[in-house]
Ligand binder design. Structure first.
Ligand code: NDP
Ligand code: BG6
Length: 501
């Protein structure tokens, strides 16, 4: 497929948004400096940030706006070395940036006045609070914003993940933030929903008449969802050691992907319609409890090895004590509804794996009858492979005849849609898209509290069974694709992870 449908052809363009002020609490943290500020810069570069918009970083540490601008710039240059910042361009963007030092947990602090001064006279303007703060303080910070008279009728709030660490704590966060902000003002981020290829799942499924008739148990043998990472978890141990792969990745990102693959067609793409379909899927997930947890789940933890040629310590060594936190998990998931009752979904995710790739593999059933002689070669089932990152693309793996003489020799080859070859060279990353979606009030790209809570309800059962039944954590060598038990999970069903596209 080589038809170019890129920005050059005028098919994609940035729509203007209304002026807004964004206050990033946790503005000096890793997320703000590595993702949010660069995202805002890129949107500014594409002329999407209106001239009157203010970008206000805030944290407890005291510094001047000038120092903060320098920090944002330094980090930008560190994380985006390929984006050469021209002095003039940078200075023009930096004019939007301000900094206020305030302890967001201290309701009575006089420092709130500095924020008030900056926002003075802009009560009619759209105001966004982005909570890039340690989790667990979202409710208190919301209350403090309100108590200091900084919540207007046009205020929206963005909550980073994790929303709680189980159902009960998620409810507490939702209740406490909900006391200050109505649900339609709350934007819970799952940055996977902002990824271009994840967005494309909806189009792929619902704008192609070819797929919908076969998108069910009658035709699909099983689905695999893999989010593999090469990064280690040890550096974030204070958070990660209490979380693990199930909480950190499955409860949110992988379940969101599963929902988009499995949900029924919504009546439209309005937030309520899409969210309602996703919630139905989450409620249809079959519980994995004591009876099935050993058979249907695998827990792993990386031990010393090497990732992409670099030596890597084991996780327990990194955190400095023995721990049974899983850095890898694989699950066999059943969706008990009409469409999927016979089709298992296999999920896996892990740190320190052999490569970084996120992929959804839809494996169709094998042909019913084969008239070819065995020497023609192995007939493989058709597979639709949706590559989320990197090398974004969609492949349809099909059997073909190997051209030329020599009889009916079979080849398994892809019909290949590569984003890099087909579309514009750069499109907005997840945070760019999501930040603009908050401005546009596009709640469909964010999670409703019911989604978050339904996901936790299902995950909590697994966590409970893991600890009650002492489900072992299998060690895998850093730089490999998880413990062998993850292969056994599929092998037992006569299947295998598809890593070959
Ligand atoms: P960091 O620890 O790097 O940053 C935390 C920030 O919060 C700092 O700017 C800190 O500055 C500020 N802060 C802490 N307490 C207060 C307070 N009481 N009042 C005001 N500011 C405060 O964390 P991250 O940036 O990594 O993560 C932020 C949130 O985003 C977390 O909830 C995390 O789970 C989530 N997240 C992060 C991702 C990432 O890639 N980093 C990815 C997905 C989610 P100071 O100490 O000066 O107050
Ligand atoms: C975050 C997790 O939500 O997603 C991290 O907390 C993980 O542990 C990250 O590394 C992966 O995101 P991406 O966009 O790099 O796939």
């Amino acid at each position: 497929m080589s038809t170019k449908t890129s920005a050059d052809s005028g098919s994609s363009k940035f729509l203007p948004v209304e002026p807004f002020d964004i206050i990033v609490f946790g503005g000096s943290g890793d997320l703000a400096l590595r993702k949010l500020m660069p995202a805002l810069y890129h949107r500014w570069q594409d002329q999407q940030i209106p001239a009157t918009s203010k970008i206000i970083g805030s944290a407890r540490t005291k510094m001047s706006s000038e120092e903060y601008r320098q920090l944002v710039r330094d980090k930008f240059e560190e994380f985006y070395p390929e984006d050469k910042l021209a002095e003039e361009t940078w200075n023009a963007f930096a004019e939007h940036i301000h900094y206020v030092g305030v302890d967001a947990l201290d309701q009575k602090s006089d420092d709130w006045d500095d924020l008030k001064d900056l926002l003075d006279g802009s009560d009619e303007k759209l105001r966004i609070y982005y909570l890039a703060l340690p989790p667990g303080i979202y409710g208190q910070v919301s209350a403090n914003v309100d108590a200091n008279g900084l919540k207007t009728d046009r205020t929206r709030i963005v909550l980073e993940k994790p929303i709680g660490s189980d159902l009960e704590s998620a409810r507490e966060v939702n209740d406490s933030v909900g006391e200050v902000f109505d649900e339609e003002k709350i934007f819970r981020i799952d940055h996977y929903l902002g990824k271009e290829t994840v967005q494309n799942l909806l189009i792929l499924r619902f704008a192609n008449s070819l797929l919908e008739p076969v998108w069910n148990s009658r035709h699909i043998d099983h689905v695999q969802i893999t989010v593999a990472e090469t990064v280690a978890a040890g550096e974030r141990a204070s958070y990660y050691d209490k979380a693990g792969a199930l909480r950190d990745m499955v409860q949110n990102h992988l379940l969101q992907l599963l929902c988009l693959v499995a949900m029924e067609p919504p009546i439209d793409l309005e937030a309520d319609s899409v969210r309602a379909e996703k919630i139905k899927v989450l409620k249809s997930l079959r519980k994995i409890d004591s009876g099935t947890v050993r058979a249907d789940t695998v827990r792993g933890q990386y031990k010393e090895g090497s990732v992409k040629g670099k030596p890597q310590k084991g996780y327990a060594e990194e955190v400095g004590h023995p721990t049974d936190t899983e850095t890898f998990t694989a699950l066999k998931v059943h969706i008990d509804n009409w469409r999927w009752s016979e089709t298992p979904f296999y999920l896996r995710t892990g740190k320190c794996m052999s490569g970084r790739w996120s992929e959804i593999v839809i494996q169709f059933k094998s042909v019913d009858h084969l008239m070819l002689a065995p020497e023609s070669g192995r007939v493989q089932p058709s597979r639709l492979i949706i590559r989320l990152q990197p090398d974004e693309g969609v492949k349809l793996m099909l059997m073909t005849k190997d051209p030329g003489p020599g009889g009916m020799r079979l080849r398994y080859v892809p019909l290949n849609l590569s984003y890099a070859e087909t579309f514009a060279p750069r499109y907005p990353d997840a945070y760019e898209r999501l930040l603009m979606a908050v401005v546009r009030n596009n709640l469909g790209l964010f999670m409703h509290r019911d989604e978050v809570e339904a996901a936790w309800r299902w995950v909590d059962t697994i966590l409970g069974a893991w600890s009650r039944d002492d489900v072992p954590v299998h060690l895998y060598t850093a730089g490999t694709d998880g413990p062998v038990q993850a292969s056994v999970l599929l092998d037992r069903d006569g299947r295998e992870w598809f890593d070959g596209a």
